[in-house]
Design a protein around this ligand. Sequence first.
Ligand SMILES: [Zn+2]
Length: 145
Amino acid sequence: MKLFTEKKEDHRISQLYALVNSKCPRCRRGDVFQNSMYGFRAQKMNENCPHCNLKFEREPGYFYVAMFVSYGFNVAQMIIAGLLTYFITHNSESPWLYMAVIFPVVVVLAPFNYRYSRLILLYYLTPGLHYVPEMSRDKKVKTAI
Ligand SMILES: [Zn+2]
């Protein structure tokens, strides 16, 4: 009788970890973006995954769909900012207070929306694009003997 089964080590990368760290949806190893979310330069996407060579822009104009996701993010953030402003200040008179709060929130979160709308599109709204654990493995290094 076998008392202890050897547990196979799981090297799989969780979807949430990969999404938060903006990794490729197929291998969850390669970076989707070349630089960080907040910086002096605009965010730039890699054309292909540096690990598994997946082409991120599936077809021309593919990321236009991400605008709808980004729109949803924006509306949700504006509503939350407006409600928080109301609950903190109890002001229902001045629209300028709401403008002064909501506008900076939208500007500050724009890079976040840009990045995560594209990632949500790649992860959840793209048919036929799934995690392939075999793609996640380290590339075999050819050694000359
Ligand atoms: Zn990849």
